[in-house]
Design a binder for this molecule. Structure first.
Ligand SMILES: [Mg+2]
Length: 324
């Protein structure tokens, strides 16, 4: 299925650069709601977008207890659940197996995954050309399996300017640069990407997961968003960002799921920026869970109006048997 998104120019900003819908800076804790308030909340949405890492499981693959049961409960109450991950290090087929292993029934088209979204987008614009990737191997494999031509990795140790020139000067007819999580990213790779984007205004500039920071095992790490910003700064261009928290992903989701009334959607996530800020800009209702990258202390110190969730809960499992 094809899902068109807006042109690169009109939908390229990261969410952080946009105006936010104004909303009162008041958080409601799910467990403090009265039964009537719980019923009203539950009746106020039909479609759930749910992040995975830090919500259903920990980033290091441990299931968060009660999550499958909560999802099962929500579905039995008639809610549709779509999973929105920024993790392209696990190919979508591996993610499907993980859901299956955890006892959560899911179909491929119910997972929004940066590599898949980018493949869908490239197909929708009938892209045909060489792609330079600053991504994981898993991401590149997914592009190749979808029939796209991905440039082979060029490796070389750079010590001198001559080494650098040999590595980055080339006439490859690159028509798209894609950047997502790449743990082997180097300065010379970024310089190559800069050259393709700067020298050819027709070369597409596409971002996947655009987290500035993410958390693994309690450690805060730099995300691909910081490198997307670097290339945006040096090239004076804007990436079409098709992972969280990109405007391109918002347009993609709105189109794919034919969303007419965004307030009838609930986004559940653990990240203030990648999930809550993204969902606020989409106009969704938001539920922040505290099983991932956000601590209760963050709620007191870090929140801006744009980052404020509508609701907070300790964990996804709190939704199991919510109305009983
Ligand atoms: Mg997460």
């Amino acid at each position: 299925m094809e899902h068109k998104v807006n042109s690169e120019k009109s939908s390229s900003e990261l969410i952080s650069e946009l105006e936010y819908p104004k909303k009162p800076n008041v958080i409601k804790y799910l467990n403090d709601l009265t039964l009537k308030q719980k019923q009203d909340f539950f009746d106020s949405f039909d479609l759930i977008f749910c992040d995975c890492d830090g919500v259903i499981w920990q980033t290091l693959h441990e299931l968060l207890p009660g999550s499958p049961e909560a999802i099962d409960y929500l579905k039995r109450q008639g809610k549709e659940v779509i999973y929105v991950t920024n993790n392209s290090l696990s190919p979508i087929d591996m993610q499907l197996k993980k859901f299956e292993r955890l006892g959560i029934e899911v179909k491929k088209n119910e997972i929004v995954h940066p590599a898949q979204t980018i493949c869908d987008h490239l197909k929708s614009i009938q892209f045909d050309g060489l792609i330079f990737c600053l991504t994981s191997e898993a991401f590149k494999s997914q592009l190749r399996e979808a029939g796209f031509n991905v440039m082979e990795e060029l490796v070389g140790y750079v010590e001198t300017l001559d080494d650098l020139r040999a590595l980055i000067n080339n006439d490859d007819p690159v028509k798209a640069v894609i950047i997502d999580g790449d743990f082997n990213l180097t300065a010379s790779k970024l310089m190559r990407a800069h050259g393709y984007l700067k020298n050819n205004p027709e070369c597409l500039f596409i971002g996947g997961a655009a987290d500035i920071l993410f958390t693994v095992g309690g450690n805060e790490l730099m995300g691909a968003g910081i490198f997307i910003s670097m290339l945006e700064n040096t090239t004076q261009r804007k990436a079409l960002v098709l992972g969280k928290p990109g405007v391109g992903l918002r347009d993609f989701i709105m189109d794919k799921h034919k969303i007419k009334n965004a307030r009838r959607c609930l986004f559940i996530g653990d990240s203030i920026v990648s999930d809550i800020r993204f969902a606020n800009v989409c106009g969704f209702q938001t539920l922040l869970v505290l099983t991932g990258s956000t601590t209760p202390e963050d709620l007191k110190s870090k929140l801006t109006e744009a980052d404020t969730p509508d609701y907070v809960s300790e964990c996804l499992a709190d939704l199991n048997g919510f109305l009983s």
